[in-house]
Write a protein that binds this ligand. Sequence first.
Ligand code: LMR
Length: 424
Amino acid sequence: MASKTAIFRGILSQKPRFGARSMSSLFQNIEPAPKDPILGVTEAFLADPSPDKVNVGVGAYRDDNGKPVVLECVRKAERRVAGNLNMEYLPMGGSIKMVEETLNLAYGENSDFIKEKRIAAVQALSGTGACRLFADFQKRFLPDSQIYIPVPTWSNHHNIWRDAHVPQRTFHYYHPESKGLDFASLMDDVKNAPNGSFFLLHACAHNPTGVDPTEEQWREISYQFKVKNHFPFFDMAYQGFASGDPERDAKAIRIFLEDGHLIGCAQSYAKNMGLYGQRVGCLSVLCEDEKQAVAVKSQLQQIARPMYSNPPIHGALIVSIILSDPDLKNMWLKEVKVMADRIIGMRSALKENLEKLGSPLSWEHITNQIGMFCYSGMTPEQVDRLTKEFHIYMTRNGRISMAGVTTGNVGYLANAIHEVTKCA
Ligand code: LMR
């Protein structure tokens, strides 16, 4: 038997296994990832030196001068954050105060579900993080389930459930001819899905189409979900951006709650508080009772712990300060409405400009659709021409971020759209 010294001597004299050549071969077969269909547009926009360039790609609000906006209520809350709070770790489930206020927005201030403590809720890294936590939870605890995703949807939804290894199915949503909702096919898909299926629903201001079911249609969808025992998972990234009123924009969720569903919900403050880069949001799961909610919350925390331990504190403090102070909350509600109204105004302006140019096409859908996006109906080739010839940047599915349209660029945008669509 070799002595201890001999064993160690052997190890010390060995050359490292990774020579320069083998190190380089470690990564040599890795191809660059394809550009993200949304964030890649921003990269291309930033690289374009043209003074005429316009970015209507990413869904990020701009003022009428095309500048990013920090809300006044956020500025005020930040001054308080800077004044007196520490920067200790938050609990794994995030800021309890922020989560409480966030549940009020989705479930209603006087919600019995909140009083009965039936909701498992954790702070999440904005809407994306909330969806991802839920998808991981689904894979871990409901391993035989799938997720039904609308066609089309926000491109990242596919990535999220793919990386969580949850099989994806699709359901009809958008009707290309009418540029509205394909309600009949949607209902057929809901009826034909196996009982107890998971469906991803956009709570309001559907991304990318700007097409939402009416209240009556939501009631029918909810009824059919009940018949089939389906589970609705709401992604509510735009609460306040559809109507200008966060309470009104929670209507779809409230209908499902009235009908006695268990639900999941992803909320985000990226858009409605302009806290894009703060990554502050919330995942909630309505359970049958408090005992289930405690268990589900603890498991969500377990999923978060090895990924990021606990969520960041700054954005959560801003949100909880604003929502727990009646004056700041009021100011926020007014500022949300200003943003939503500016977008609504730009919809009319874009449509009017196209009509004035004598476009042979109907542009009614620009004002019929709601929220941050207009799903224009332009083809990928037409979008490519907009970019190449006019330095206008948008996603190739024809989605226009109305938040990037201003009184200064709407004429230029309309003219370019007219040029690439008039011979269609
Ligand atoms: C969008 O759809 O443009 C936004 O939600 C930003 C993003 O992360 O894709």
